[in-house]
Ligand binder design. Structure first.
Ligand code: ATP
Ligand code: MG
Length: 255
């Protein structure tokens, strides 16, 4: 096998990581691969370990064993600051912005190098025009959806090769979900995205590949187009509500 070629295609490889938070053994064997230039979605029930997986990759909750390979470098055990500098951007869940600071200050503070914001301002404002209009307002004057856009935009200020995005659609109105999906689709053309997304419809429309985390372990992975056909797998790992909605959709399609 041509290993060099393989590693060019895979930007991130996580091999059997275990992560403890305090005395709790939260991740008990998570493995995944993210191909460069793709959108990969991580699915799983509440409390399955999705956020902890993203934090373990970045180094915020370093794994106690296993390997994390980013662009041929082993990064498990490295500090989050180091990993961010390699080009890994992170959008935490629940709209992590500085609420008392303006939109502009939020974006400026996300710089890794002087001039990062200026270089990417046009790209960011094309994706999220609201942010240009509101850029002097403090974060807490923004709607929930606009705050979410700002949280994503902050990860686009420095040059990032890989974006870890945790539940960008959380609490968004349908129209804003559309806008967020469009933005993620566009930024996947210049970067690579590993996304946590509970909204299965959104996940299935965006991602080429999926990983399912269940009870701290990665249990399934594959192509999204195969998962949407697999009602048993959706039912087993993602819960009955998605199953019901999927059934409605497929009934509607048959009419
Ligand atoms: N600081 C912590 N201390 C103790 N347990 C924690 C801590 N953070 C997370 N956990 C536990 O780890 C498990 C995984 O949490 P995690 O946040 O990774 O799940 P998740 O898949 O992102 O869930 P959700 O869909 O609700 O965001 C959960 O059982 C959670 O209770
Ligand atoms: Mg989470």
């Amino acid at each position: 096998m041509n290993k060099g070629h393989h590693s060019e295609q895979i930007i991130l490889s996580v091999e059997n990581i275990h992560t403890f938070i305090g005395q709790f053994h939260i991740l008990e064997g998570v493995s995944l691969e993210v191909p460069r230039g793709s959108i990969t979605v991580m699915l799983g029930r509440n409390g399955a370990g999705k956020t902890t997986t993203l934090k373990s990759i970045l180094g915020l909750t370093p794994p106690s064993s296993g390997k994390i390979i980013f662009e041929d470098a082993e990064i498990q055990g490295k500090h989050a600051f180091n990993n961010a500098n390699l080009g890994i951007g992170y959008v935490p869940e629940h709209r992590a912005i500085f609420r008392s600071l303006s939109v502009m200050e939020n974006l400026k503070l996300a710089e890794r190098k002087r001039g990062d914001f200026d270089r990417h301002a046009k790209f960011i404002f094309d994706l999220f025009p609201d942010l240009e209009r509101l850029y002097k307002l403090p974060g807490n004057h923004l709607s929930g959806g606009q705050q979410q856009m700002l949280a994503v935009a902050r990860a686009l200020v420095p040059d990032n090769k890989l974006l870890l995005i945790d539940e960008p659609s959380e609490g968004l109105a349908p129209i804003l979900i559309e806008q967020m999906m469009e933005a993620i689709r566009k930024l996947s053309t210049t970067s690579t995205v590993l996304l946590v997304e509970q909204n299965f419809i959104m996940a299935s429309q965006l991602a080429e590949r999926f990983i399912i985390i269940d009870d701290g372990k990665s249990v399934q992975r594959g192509l999204m187009k195969d998962l949407v056909q697999d009602e048993d797998m959706i039912h087993e790992y993602l819960g009955a509500s998605i199953h019901a909605r999927k059934t409605e959709v497929s009934h509607a399609a048959k009419k």
